[in-house]
Design a protein around this ligand. Structure first.
Ligand code: HEM
Length: 129
């Protein structure tokens, strides 16, 4: 199901002309290129991000548990979770998502995965506020 969603998003965003900004930053969408430049995100930053990945993996269970402990204390958020999924299921997807953030590569796959997550939250009525 997720594969189909991603393929659709890829077609829609037309990622044909990938720009290799550095060996770890390969993007084509102008919106993303602009943000990478604005943040001055460098390949050295991304090497560092990848370097700390094992540390994140070591602590991932604790991080995720704490995240849901906090979320479940907010009645409105608890209700959204119960109506759309379950904490057990979300623990797995959040773990995967957080670990992927530390891959240290920003490319089409990375951006699309982030967009899928954003769209999922938008659909369930969770806005950035
Ligand atoms: C930094 C904050 C958050 C991150 C990184 C995050 C991450 C994720 C990820 C990776 C998924 C799976 C997306 C997919 O289908 O591929 C997901 C789904 C979901 N998240 Fe979050 N989440 C965050 C905040 C929240 C909060 C505050 C809630 C509280 C209501 C929430 C509720 C949900 C629900 C209900 C789903 C499942 C939706 C569905 O499959 O229909 N998330 N989230």
């Amino acid at each position: 199901m997720f594969k189909k969603r991603k393929e659709k998003a890829l077609r829609k965003n037309n990622w044909k002309n990938e720009e290799v900004i550095s060996e770890r930053i390969i993007v084509s969408h102008p919106m993303v290129t602009e943000k990478v430049k604005m943040l001055r995100l460098s390949k050295e930053d991304l090497y560092f991000v990848a370097y700390v990945k094992p540390l994140v993996e070591t602590h991932i269970d604790g991080l995720v548990n704490e995240f849901y402990e906090t979320i479940l204390q907010v009645p409105n958020l608890k209700k959204i979770i119960e109506q759309n999924s379950s904490v057990e299921r979300l623990r797995t997807t959040l773990k995967k998502h957080l670990i992927e953030l530390f891959d240290g590569t920003v490319d089409e796959r990375f951006i699309e995965n982030r967009l899928v997550v954003a769209k999922v939250h938008y659909r369930i009525g969770l806005d950035p506020s």
